[in-house]
Ligand binder design. Structure first.
Ligand code: ATP
Ligand code: MG
Length: 381
């Protein structure tokens, strides 16, 4: 039976979910997104839009009344409001799963209770707690906002005792947690899916390179031993099993110098580090997400070609309209998100650089170096 799909958030993730849904007309007849920005990326690919804040209760109720099934591309939704509209629309991942994940402290506590490895952490409710915690963990340590963080903006690295007060005051009364610093050798992630029937599949482990706290490139597969990759994928599977929610989740992890895997954080949604699947894999993460929430069998997660994903970010030096970005080389798949205004480090698009024949990751990385300056945003005048 074909369904009307509601998506909370119509940015690039909502846009790519909508594009995948359009290829499944037998399952999805119509897509409605809720997003505050007029003509958001998802609306530009044909989704109907309700223009309102993501947390607007009336707007969420309207979306639920018009949809058969609701999903989201952001994790900051109000899980109580979502719970209250479950009578009108099926919500996947479930509001309960969202509630646990959207609070980093609850999320890590939940993982720890389920014997899933995470960095050491404690809750911080006062300046005294922070001083105690720093004594325990030493320096540096990461002070993190428990909720609504993205692109590293909710983190403060405390390097020395003198920074304790500055770090604490930086968050102006937000709920906080402190985490021991992990001197990782690599950041990796697993895109994992669980469908409404409980079937679980993981995409192969990928390697993530961050700059200025923002994901810059993803290398698929990660340059690490099969043994470590297998361990990470197993941890991701177990995590999906205990979390129960249906959908695609992005599970970010650290690989320590002695090859331990620690989960850094989970996003209950499709993830930037899964964009390579649009070209590299038999099923894209967006199609997989739809399969998962609609209760279809999950698609194959086989990686067909080595691929590097590179994010096109707004130049740090200007804000405003930018000249069109194009790339016409073979085996390069550029996807711009239709955002008319560039802002420093704003995610404006990405491209996938796909290996031909038996090209190695090292060769792809060399090619990438030559392409980077072609996607630097320039002001229109
Ligand atoms: P995003 O939404 O971009 O994933 P975020 O704001 O939710 O970011 P985190 O994922 O918690 O933030 O952290 C951002 C980055 O900071 C991580 O990718 C990692 O590089 C670094 N980081 C976070 N926690 C730790 C830690 N305990 N030890 C070392 N580095 C850390
Ligand atoms: Mg993160």
């Amino acid at each position: 039976m074909s369904k009307i799909l509601g998506i909370i958030g119509g940015g690039q993730l909502g846009m790519m979910i909508a594009e995948a849904a359009k290829k499944m007309p037998e399952q999805v007849t119509k897509i409605i997104v809720l997003d505050p920005t007029k003509n958001c990326p998802a609306a530009q690919v044909g989704a109907e839009q309700i223009i309102a804040d993501f947390k607007d209760k009336n707007a969420i109720e309207e979306l639920a009344s018009k949809s058969d099934i609701i999903t989201y591309e952001i994790e900051s939704g109000d899980s109580d409001v979502l719970k209250s509209v479950e009578k009108d629309a099926e919500i996947n991942p479930s509001p309960e799963t969202l509630r646990i994940i959207q609070d980093k402290f609850l999320q890590k506590s939940f993982l720890k209770e389920n014997n899933i490895p995470v960095p050491e952490f404690i809750e911080i409710s006062s300046f005294g707690d922070l001083e105690e915690g720093l004594k325990k963990f030493g320096f540096p340590a990461l002070l993190k906002a428990r909720r609504d963080a993205y692109d590293g903006r909710g983190n403060f690295k405390i390097d020395s005792p003198e920074q304790t007060r500055t770090g604490f005051d930086y968050f102006k009364g937000q709920k906080l947690m402190l985490e021991k610093f992990v001197p990782f050798k690599m950041e990796v992630s697993v895109i994992a899916a669980r469908n409404t029937k409980g079937e679980i599949k993981t995409f192969p482990l990928v390697e993530n390179i961050h700059e200025d706290n923002i994901l810059r490139e993803t290398i698929a597969p990660a340059r690490i031993s099969d043994e470590v990759a297998k361990k990470a994928e197993e941890i991701a599977s177990i995590t999906m099993d205990v979390l129960k929610g249906a959908g695609v989740f992005g599970i970010e992890m650290f690989v320590t110098r002695d090859n331990q895997i620690l989960i850094n954080e989970i996003a209950p949604r499709v993830h930037n580090s899964g964009h390579h699947t649009l070209q590299s894999s038999e099923t894209s993460q967006f199609e997989q997400h739809l399969r998962a929430i609609l209760g279809l069998d999950l698609g194959s997660t086989k990686l067909v070609n080595h691929t590097i994903m590179y994010n096109v970010l707004g130049s740090k030096t200007f804000e405003g309209e930018y000249k069109p970005i194009t790339l016409s080389e073979p085996n390069i798949f550029l996807k711009m998100y239709g955002k008319s205004i560039s802002k420093p480090l704003r995610k404006l698009g990405h491209f996938n650089l796909v290996a031909e024949n038996d090209e190695t990751i090292e060769q792809l990385l060399e090619k990438l170096e030559l392409l980077k300056n072609k996607v630097v945003t320039q002001p229109v005048n």
